[in-house]
Design a protein. Sequence first.
Length: 326
Amino acid sequence: MRPAHRAAVALLILSTAGCSAAVASQPLGSIGAPPAATSAAPGSAASGFDLPIDAYQLSEPQRTAQLRATNLLLTSCMARFGYSLPVPAADQAAQVPENAFRYGPVTADQASDGYLWMVDHGSTDLAEAQLSQAEQAMSSAETAVLTGRGPARVSGKPVPAGGCVGEMKRRITAGGGTYGDAGLVQEIDQASYTDSLTSPRVVAVFRAWSSCMAAQGYRYPTPLDPMKDNSLFTAPTAPATHTSTPGATQPRGGSSDAAPRTAPSARQVAVARADVACKSRTNLVAVWSSVESALQQQDIRKHAQDFATLGRQLQTTVRNINAVLH
């Protein structure tokens, strides 16, 4: 599942440093017949797969570029009033595959960090910490210019309607673009995940996965259950023996000054490795994602006119982001 969207101001302030590449406009997904039962080889499409709804959302590279564009717009606007935008320093971040966190760990690299990989790269903790740091560094006068909740003129210049945030949003949404995913897109994205859990094919593959795990000494009814096991997400007390993080890195950027956390325990790694191995042996990712694809296709067809509009809006948004970055 895509990392949860930040609150509005978080999206405005946080950025990934060094991203200057253009955002390629993605073609919309075709709305055809729901996919048949998968015949993919076990373990295929495990680390990154597309779902029909992805065609109506910004991709991870596009989201990173949007964050870069919003930061550039806000920085430029604040500078007109003599203010700088206190964005915490962040390293260039590589992109995680689409839907990387939807089904838990699925690759050997992810499993080598136990379930802490999801904490490090999928949670909002870092983003919220960066946002809090940025907000605390701003004076009330700066916040007033940023949000437009203050004097109509500052330093003799008119403050844009809605402040620098309002000005930025108008640039991103000019000509019919949007800011943030549409409610219908989010609803279908969540509904397919929830509804898939009762699909006979998914129930069967979960049962096969559970049997595979039990054979290795781990009793979890479904692959969702390890992600509810607090013991797999509790950092051990022993100091870390390494600071590099295997697998994909954060989609939102990380601080180069962050203190290294503790390494995962032997049990955490063992369970994650068994989890990944059983997903591969049972072809779980391919089966589960094909069921979700069918459900999403059905909903997209029901709202074909809405999605045609959403597709045009997305393409406009992407063009606007490109225009800001170039």
